[in-house]
Design a protein around this ligand. Sequence first.
Ligand SMILES: Cc1cc2nc3c(=O)[nH]c(=O)nc-3n(C[C@H](O)[C@H](O)[C@H](O)COP(=O)(O)OP(=O)(O)OC[C@H]3O[C@@H](n4cnc5c(N)ncnc54)[C@H](O)[C@@H]3O)c2cc1C
Ligand code: SF4
Ligand code: SF4
Ligand code: SF4
Length: 410
Amino acid sequence: MIKFDFNIDCCGCTSCANSCPVEAIAMKQNENGFLMPVVNEAVCIQCGKCERVCPHLNIQTDVSKYSLSDFNGKNTYLYYLNEKERNDSASGGFVYAVSTYFQQQNGVVCGCIWNKSIVAEHICSSEKEDLHRMQSSKYVQSDLNRCFSHIKKELAEGRKVLFCGTPCQTAGLHFFLGNKEHENLLSIAVICHGVGSPLVWEKYKKSLEKKYGGKLLLVNQRDKSFKGYNQSFCKYTFKENLSNNTSATAKTKIIGMPTFLADPYVFLFTDNLFIRNSCCHCQYKGINNHADIIVGDFYESLVDAGNMGCSCLIAMTEKGDTLIRSVQGVVKQASLHQTVGSNAMLWKSVAKHPRRDEFFHEMENYKDGDIKLFLDFLPIRFKIKKVLNQLGLFNLYLSLKRTYKRYHCK
Ligand SMILES: Cc1cc2nc3c(=O)[nH]c(=O)nc-3n(C[C@H](O)[C@H](O)[C@H](O)COP(=O)(O)OP(=O)(O)OC[C@H]3O[C@@H](n4cnc5c(N)ncnc54)[C@H](O)[C@@H]3O)c2cc1C
Ligand code: SF4
Ligand code: SF4
Ligand code: SF4
């Protein structure tokens, strides 16, 4: 029966829960809101399957040894899709293009959506509408539910399956499926900073609903419709006036805040205040994600891609490489250094925030719907970045920072 310090090392991939033959494992939120396995010992038959499929137990590695050179010899690319279809994607629209390709081949796609309650979860679908819902990054940990079991069933029936998620999710799926190659499965891992607590997101949502006087209907944390890719916005759509209007007459209200500059939730997320503990010593960097392709932001973008974003890609397997070369869109091969040299989240884990414990302790005292919880933890850097932006100097500061990182990467 699986047993280790889940609160520290478990990434929440659900592989154990999906594999248990007697359903003795349930995924439940811990006090900080992260899904953790809870084993019902009375039901467990000690078969040991959960231990065999757990990526944490199967990948024992010294995380400080990861470096950019882990990817030496891999083919690397820059990519962008046509502007219309790329608009709703986080960067160059690569994942959306591959999703469409799978759908056209009668395959099934498993990806992360905002559900009706604006909770991030993975679903398996081949509906075009759902592929749209999977577009863009959700900066909160997604609930995989029973998706791994669903994927296993689809593969057994000979269907093509595309999975896209965080590196720990692609690793979890790999071990869940028996630690071997599956011809009909293609998995894509996003370059991953870390994931936020679903409970913190829930509190933030309620505080926005209170502040703007409406029910949250839609969210895009990387919206390009205000100022393009270089300054993405968090776009929130509310149904106004919770009590006074019937759904037929209620108006919608749209609020936009620059994603990495003015949205308190995303700012504190990128500051690591409420990310999962396992993200601070992530085992799934380097080649340990077992994905066919890694995708991330190419922040510098390509001139011909305009201001709608560009993706960087690493082909981790031959299957991944073949797919990249055949998918619709503009694909340009480039060096490892040029594509991902400044993207340190490929090999580095984020540091634990010094006020993380204080934040979660404080959260217990806050009633739902109080934005003060978030405002109180915003650092002075938040204000400095805002001023730089108002002076039109923020993009210059960013490009200097990236150039420094590129020439100081290992
Ligand atoms: C939590 C998170 C952190 C990230 N951190 C970085 C980073 O530090 N550096 C970097 O270069 N890139 C990072 N990315 C990846 C980047 O934001 C884009 O997702 C990536 O460039 C793909 O863009 P696209 O236009 O090809 O994908 P799109 O067409 O926009 O598709 C997005 C895909 O991401 C998946 N996805 C969205 N949210 C989640 C989630 N919460 N959990 C699992 N899967 C999800 C969806 O299933 C979808 O398939 C991160 C993504 C996420 C979700
Ligand atoms: S040992 Fe077997 S029965 Fe027990 S929890 Fe793990 S998978 Fe389930
Ligand atoms: S890492 Fe995945 S398989 Fe291992 S205990 Fe956590 S949820 Fe289960
Ligand atoms: S940083 Fe690592 S552990 Fe955290 S969500 Fe990303 S892949 Fe998983």
